[in-house]
Write a protein that binds this ligand. Structure first.
Ligand SMILES: Cc1cc2nc3c(=O)[nH]c(=O)nc-3n(C[C@H](O)[C@H](O)[C@H](O)COP(=O)(O)OP(=O)(O)OC[C@H]3O[C@@H](n4cnc5c(N)ncnc54)[C@H](O)[C@@H]3O)c2cc1C
Length: 414
């Protein structure tokens, strides 16, 4: 693999940038692989990457019906944080956040990780109590967060209206090492590293069926033909229910649209990420100067990558009352993705009733932050049969009533 560095950049500048190699190969599928991962989003690619890096398993195909990163991985608002409540969540989200810190060096690909700090505003007494509790839980878990008062909120983000027309800002849960990263670079960086290890990333190839014999997976049917495998990983976010159906089991998941929008670019005015859960909206500023805005998920199940109009109105209304200065900004574009929501708002990383078939799903509105840690855990589960990071997130928890309730931490779409 060609190494990216300042010297390589200078060398290529003298050659009119004509000497760059393709970042990853685009091969036709082979007849058989040891392992197939369905879905070339961040979670699927990270799973393949850690299978190769940690376990030397490289006879792997990642199969994608569209283009890599074209699902939620390339559609999210890129917030990375690990201030969840339950120990199992803190384990996997903090592992993930720490892997983001070194991802650019590990992959030799600049994912623009920016630990600028994330603030979750408390605008009711109930939220104050909830976030204080989370800050205490995080202290025990080794996750660095603090509950800060309204003066510190104003200091960290001067454009906030802390008096608020409806809900004054009473404080915030502040995680200084949380932040953002460039979402498609995460997918591209993993794809390049996987391709370099000899794995095949097969785009424009839809999985249309899961084949099995005697209760064990044997391969998949695709729009490019039949492909055999010993192990199958289903990592398709909003399409998880559809793939599970093909494999013959049901998931406790709903698929709904979640949308985001960006404004025209303006001068730097905000260098932290702010989430306002009570009024329901969140915002950060991209390196280009656009205000990146996200809101709530649709209240009904659907598979459209658009989202309904009234949510845009509600989100913009919430943000204008929190940041009055944005009231005259023009919005440039809006888009949606299909997110996979579980009842306890925690993910599923699990074996399935079909032997050799594993599923990674249910990250809902907040799985971008979890990509490296989730891939790490899923790869360990697929290679060794269990992973300490993933054990609590198995499908069994729904049967046994061991829910991992993160409805407060994941209560706003992020
Ligand atoms: C608007 C929006 C904002 C968000 N904001 C944040 C945020 O700020 N922070 C955060 O942490 N998370 C956020 N999320 C959630 C996050 O984007 C997702 O949890 C995460 O990207 C899921 O990654 P994935 O790899 O599982 O899924 P995806 O990236 O969706 O990848 C799944 C892939 O599977 C492919 N696929 C599906 N069916 C098939 C098939 N039959 N055959 C082959 N391929 C198939 C799809 O084409 C897709 O590319 C947001 C999501 C949205 C939509």
């Amino acid at each position: 693999m060609q190494r990216y560095s300042v010297f390589a950049l200078a060398r290529q500048a003298f050659r009119n940038h004509e000497g760059w190699e393709r970042a990853w190969r685009s091969p036709e599928p082979k007849r058989r692989y040891d392992t197939i991962i369905v879905g070339a989003g961040g979670h699927g690619l990270a799973t393949a990457y850690w299978l190769g890096r940690n376990f030397g398993i490289t006879n792997v195909a990642v199969i994608e019906k569209g283009w890599l990163g074209g699902g939620n991985t390339g559609r999210n608002t890129t917030i990375i944080r690990s201030n969840y409540l339950q120990d199992a969540s803190a384990g996997i989200y903090e592992k993930s956040r720490s892997l983001y810190e070194t991802m650019s060096q590990d992959l030799n690909y600049n994912v623009m990780y920016s630990p600028r700090g994330v603030m979750m505003l408390a605008q009711t007494e109930h939220e104050v109590r909830g976030y204080r509790r989370t800050a205490h839980a995080n202290a025990l878990q080794g996750v660095e967060t603090q509950f800060v008062g309204p003066e510190r909120v104003k200091e960290l983000c001067p454009i906030i209206n802390i008096e608020g027309p409806r809900y004054p800002v009473l404080g915030a849960l502040w995680q200084p090492r949380a932040g953002t990263a460039r979402h498609d670079a995460v997918a591209w960086g993993y794809a390049r590293a996987c391709s370099d290890m000899g794995m095949d990333i097969i785009q424009k190839c839809e999985v249309t069926g899961v084949r099995s014999e005697g209760g064990k997976v044997t391969g998949v049917s695709t729009t490019k033909g039949e492909i055999d495998c010993d192990r199958l990983g289903i990592v398709v976010a909003g399409n998880s229910g559809v793939l599970a159906d093909m494999a013959g089991f049901r998931l406790p998941i709903e698929s709904v649209a979640l949308q985001a929008l960006v404004s025209e670019p303006i001068k730097p005015c905000m260098d932290v990420v702010v989430m306002a859960n009570t009024v329901h909206g969140y915002m950060s500023q991209s390196d280009k100067g656009e205000m990146v805005i996200g809101g709530g998920a649709d209240g009904y199940n659907n598979y459209t990558q658009r989202g309904s109009f009234h949510h845009i109105e509600e989100t913009v209304r919430a943000l204008v009352e929190t940041f009055p200065m944005i009231s005259r900004l023009k919005m440039l574009r809006q888009w949606g993705g299909i997110v996979d929501m579980t009842g306890d708002r925690s993910p599923i990383i699990s074996k399935t009733p079909l032997e050799g078939c594993y599923i990674n799903a249910g990250w809902g509105t907040g799985g971008f932050k979890a990509i490296p840690g989730s891939g790490w855990a899923m790869a360990e589960l697929m290679a060794k049969g269990h992973s300490p990071l993933a054990d609590d997130f198995s499908l069994d928890r729904f049967r046994e009533g061991r829910f991992i309730d993160e409805s407060v931490a994941a209560g706003v779409a992020h």
